[in-house]
Every structure is written in C-alpha cells, then in structure tokens.
Write a protein that binds this ligand. Structure first.
Ligand code: ADP
Ligand code: C5P
Ligand code: MG
Length: 255
C-alpha cells in the first residue's frame, strides 16, 4: 500500500508555496537582483551573449513536470531540456555511457552527475535561446553542485510540482510511453530516491528564496494557472531591468 503524502510542502522549510498568484517581495527582489547586479553571472561553462535565465523544474516521478514544461515553452518561449530525455537519447545513440545509463534508469538510481551536466551543457551551448527550463534536474545535491561547478550558474527560479505519491504512481503506470522504468517495482525505487536525494535540494532552494511550490493535483490547465504568475512576474522584472540599464540612471549607477 502506498503511503499518502498529502503535501510534501510540510517537509520543506519556508517555501513560497502560499503566494497564490502573487510573487512574494523577497522573490521579486531575487529576480530583480539577479538581473541587475549580475548574481546569476555569465555562466562560465556556457558561452552566450546574454546571461542565461535558468529555471529548474522539480517534482517526483509523474508529478507532471514534462506536461507543464510544454505549456511554459508555448507561453514564455523557453527552451525545454529534460535531463531524463537527454539520458534516454544517449541510450538510443549507443554512446559509450549508454549501457551504464540504461542500468541506472532501470534501477531508478541517479546517473553520475558529470555525465548529465555535460549533456545539459552541450544543449545550452548549441542553443541560441538564453531562457532554459531544465526539467528533472538537479535530482540530488551532487547534481546541484556539479551544475554550479561545470556551468558556473545558479537557477533564477525553481519550480516544485508537489504531488501525493498515490497520484504519481497512478500517472506513471498510465503513461504508456514504453519506458523501462514505468513499472511498479522501479516506481517504488524512484519514489524512495526522490525523497532521500531530491527533497534536500528542494529544501536548499526554499531556504534561498528561489522555490515556487505548485500544487500538482488538478487538471493540467488548473495547475498551469498557478505556474503563470511566476513567469509573468519574472518577465516584468526582465523588462524593468532592461529599461533601467538603458536609462541615464542605470548608466550613471553602473560600475
Ligand atoms: P513527469 O515529467 O513529472 O514524470 P509527466 O508530465 O510525464 O510527468 O506526466 C506523467 C503522466 O501523467 C503523463 O501520462 C501525463 O499525461 C499525465 N498527467 C500530467 N499532468 C496531469 C494532470 N494534471 N492530471 C492527470 N494526469 C496528468
Ligand atoms: O525525469 P525522468 O522521469 O525522465 O527521469 C528518468 C530517470 O532518469 C530517473 O529515474 C533517473 O534514473 C534518471 N535521471 C538521472 N538524473 C537526472 C534526471 C534523470 O539519473 N538528473
Ligand atoms: Mg518527465
């Protein structure tokens, strides 16, 4: 029997889970600062003319990350990089790491961070867009630290799709995409790994005021209604930052 986790938010300290369409002042400041003072500096591992705007998309297996990413891309023009999809492409291309990745995915464990970050880095470098939705990453503290070390950047926003376990299990078992890991045994393992390794990452971003917790139960459109204001606010701030940089005040105050 699956243990019902009514809301994982209770395990997470001080998240922005209760903003209900309003982005809290602390977070507006984070976005503002990252755009104006260069906190999210030019990523050292990704050469781009524009500072990348990075969103990490987190949540357990079947919480609806991929589904919501499609809608975010349509509405806000991000480039969607699913870590799981990149790993599955490596398997399909028979690369040197393919067999190791396949075994790791079958076991529901986490692929060594260096492998995953290098795949993400390649995609970021070869893409003209500067706005990235990185889905299913970081899955562990090791993932997070490897990204910071190799890419040299932090996310501007972290979305967390909070979904009860029994709902996630139901969705994964109905997914029907022929995935080797969408079976009851592997799902059990993935849920354990999620709780042990991903919740600490979610907590980390919560403490840094970057986390937006979305209630992932409801229709796809109802869930997207909660996602919309997070990005609308960040777009507003991006426009304001651009205007500020162009203005004489911005020029006079730039070091
Ligand atoms: P994740 O990327 O988090 O593993 P997906 O987006 O692939 O999750 O969704 C898992 C399954 O659940 C898919 O079959 C998808 O169509 C379905 N799904 C996604 N969002 C919802 C929702 N809000 N309600 C019911 N089913 C959903
Ligand atoms: O996100 P998705 O459900 O597609 O991930 C499928 C599997 O890919 C995970 O269960 C894990 O084995 C592997 N993965 C990983 N590291 C990531 C993302 C996915 O090892 N950052
Ligand atoms: Mg997915």
């Amino acid at each position: 029997m699956w243990r019902r986790v009514a809301s994982l938010s209770s395990l997470i300290s001080s998240s922005n889970s209760s903003f209900h369409g309003q982005v809290p002042a602390a977070c507006r400041l984070t976005i503002w600062e990252s755009l104006t003072t260069g906190i999210a500096q030019q990523a050292k591992g990704v050469s781009k003319e524009k500072t990348p705007f990075i969103t990490f998309v987190l949540g357990g297996p079947g919480s609806g990350k991929g589904t919501q990413c499609i809608k975010i891309v349509e509405t806000f023009g991000f480039t969607h990089l699913s870590a799981g999809d990149l790993l599955r492409q490596e398997i399909a291309s028979n690369s040197a790491d393919g067999a190791m990745i396949l075994n790791t995915i079958k076991e529901g464990r986490i692929v060594p961070s260096e492998v995953t970050v290098k795949l993400i880095q390649k995609e970021m470098e070869s893409n003209d867009n500067h706005k990235f939705l990185i889905d299913g990453f970081p899955r562990s503290e090791e993932n997070r630290i490897a990204f910071e070390r190799i890419i040299g950047a932090e996310p501007n926003i972290v979305l967390f799709f909070d979904c009860p376990e029994e709902e996630m299990v139901k969705r994964v078992l109905n997914r029907n995409q022929g995935r080797v890991d969408d079976n009851i045994d592997t799902v059990r393992k993935r849920l354990k790994v999620f709780e042990a390794l991903n919740l600490p990452v979610i907590n980390y971003y919560s403490q840094r005021g970057k986390l937006y917790t979305i209630n992932a139960v409801g229709t796809v459109d109802e869930i997207f209604e909660q996602v919309l204001p997070v990005f609308t606010a960040s777009e507003d701030q991006e426009v304001s930052a651009k205007e500020l940089r162009k203005s004489s005040w911005g020029k006079a105050n730039r070091s």
